[in-house]
Write a protein that binds this ligand. Structure first.
Ligand code: GLU
Length: 429
């Protein structure tokens, strides 16, 4: 039988980190074995489910590159089928009527499964009460709808959050009553914040869309999510998508909760930003630049992106730094820069003046700029940093950047000289 897995979100909220991670694990497994990854929108809670949430969830999956096979199934459209199966169980005496509702008769005896993540898990039927499967208004209960749908969709592996472990014995009892073959069940660990508590808004953004807007790259988010509760072994962290597909296995899923670490996500995003080309980042950065109020010419923007991408954590970070390089109005002096100037204002000014003098006569290539400034440092018998750092501060308002010769090159001759000259004049006043 070919492998069929599903992601079954309830569209009562946005696609959150935990859901996305569960979707990713299912997707990776399907792609690993060459099976199908299906979607089922569990919209039976008509009050809380919205089309908007469904759309955002599907968009989030698409953003992460998780494509699905076959048309999504909407659970709410299958209520008749749920009723039909409940009536069948009623007619067979496996369920009974009570106050107009249909209640499933839970048979005694052991209910056990070999969980793909946790290993053998077992419950006793005697400990589980008979439960309603169809309410008196003939709407299905979650545990029942899920089983009817999973059977009809021929799902072979149910991989979902740990919070569903207590539902599984009830669902297995229903599979048995329906005479359906059991899927493999696997329960993936919950995601906690750094304080060890279940991930929530208190820890920061929990919706996948927030990370998109923050300037996290989808490939970085995907890589990060994959490592929330799964490890390919060794200390591998940065993995291409096809490597993850190749390496993904249930054996690598951990039992204990995974910790969501924002610093690590930003670090990982930085790695992806470094690996991406300026051309690849351009479509992501340019709308953010527009939002900041800068419509730079494409070549200049590309050059600036290339200069700053290795020193950025998000595309928003990239955009802000690009803006600083392309337009002086975005330069704002940070505390460290102010402190450095304050240490020796006269030295700062003198160094800039000397630099401006030699830079006027320099070819504007990174190589020539480097040579000119080093020669100036030699001539003055000072460390190169004494020449470089004032330029960096005057051009960016900060104390860290790409190498100063590259920075000058990106800013451009005319603009750079103007900014440096202005810095000299200002520090005189
Ligand atoms: N709609 C359920 C949820 O979002 C799905 C549970 C399952 O995968 O069976 O938790």
């Amino acid at each position: 039988m070919s492998t069929r897995v599903r992601f079954a979100p309830s569209p009562t909220g946005y696609l959150h980190v935990g859901g996305a991670r569960t979707a990713l694990f299912n997707w990776l497994y399907a792609r690993h074995v060459g099976g199908k990854f299906l979607l089922r929108i569990e919209d039976t809670d008509k009050q809380r489910s919205t089309d908007e949430h469904t759309r955002v969830i599907l968009d989030g999956l698409s953003w992460l590159g998780l494509d699905w096979d076959e048309e999504p199934v909407f659970q709410g459209a299958r209520v008749q089928r749920h009723q039909e199966v409940a009536d069948k169980l009623l007619a067979a005496g496996q369920a009974y009527l009570e106050d107009g509702a249909i209640r499933f008769r839970l048979p005694p005896g052991e209910i056990a499964w070999d969980d793909a993540v946790h290993g053998p898990i077992s419950f006793q039927g005697e400990d589980i009460k008979d439960f309603v499967i169809l309410r008196s208004d003939r709407t299905p209960i979650y545990n029942f709808a899920v089983v009817v749908d999973d059977v009809d969709m021929a799902i072979t592996h149910v991989l979902r959050g740990d919070d569903h472990i207590s539902n599984t014995p009830k669902q297995i009892a229903l599979y048995r009553a329906l005479g359906a073959a059991l899927p493999v069940f696997g329960h993936v660990p919950m995601i906690h914040g750094p304080d060890g508590k279940k991930l929530s808004k208190r820890h920061g953004a929990t919706a996948v869309g927030d990370y998109q807007h923050m300037g996290i790259l989808p490939a970085a988010m995907r890589n990060f999510l994959a490592l929330l509760g799964w490890s390919p072994g060794g200390d591998r962290e940065i993995m291409k998508l096809d490597e993850m597909v190749q390496l993904f296995a249930f054996e690598g899923i951990q039992k204990k909760p995974a910790i969501f670490d924002m610093t690590k996500l930003e670090w990982m995003n930085g790695q992806y930003l470094s690996m991406a080309t300026a051309e690849e980042l351009y479509p992501l950065v340019s709308p953010q630049l527009a939002q900041l109020g800068l419509n730079g010419n494409k070549d200049a923007v590309l050059k600036a992106i290339a200069g700053v991408k290795t020193r950025s954590r998000t595309t928003l970070d990239v955009a802000k730094q690009v803006a600083v390089r392309l337009d002086a109005k975005f330069v704002a002096f940070d505390d460290k820069a102010k402190k450095e100037i304050a240490k020796d204002p006269a030295g700062y000014k003198a160094s800039l003046e000397a630099s401006v003098a030699v830079l006027r006569k320099t070819d504007w290539t990174p190589e020539a700029l480097e040579k000119t400034l080093r020669a100036l440092a030699d001539e003055k018998a000072v460390a190169a940093g004494k020449i470089f750092q004032p330029i960096r501060i005057a051009l960016t308002g900060g104390t860290v950047s790409e190498p100063v010769n590259e920075l000058l090159y990106v800013v451009g001759k005319e603009a750079a000289l103007k900014r440096l000259q202005a810095a000299v004049t200002e520090s005189t006043g």
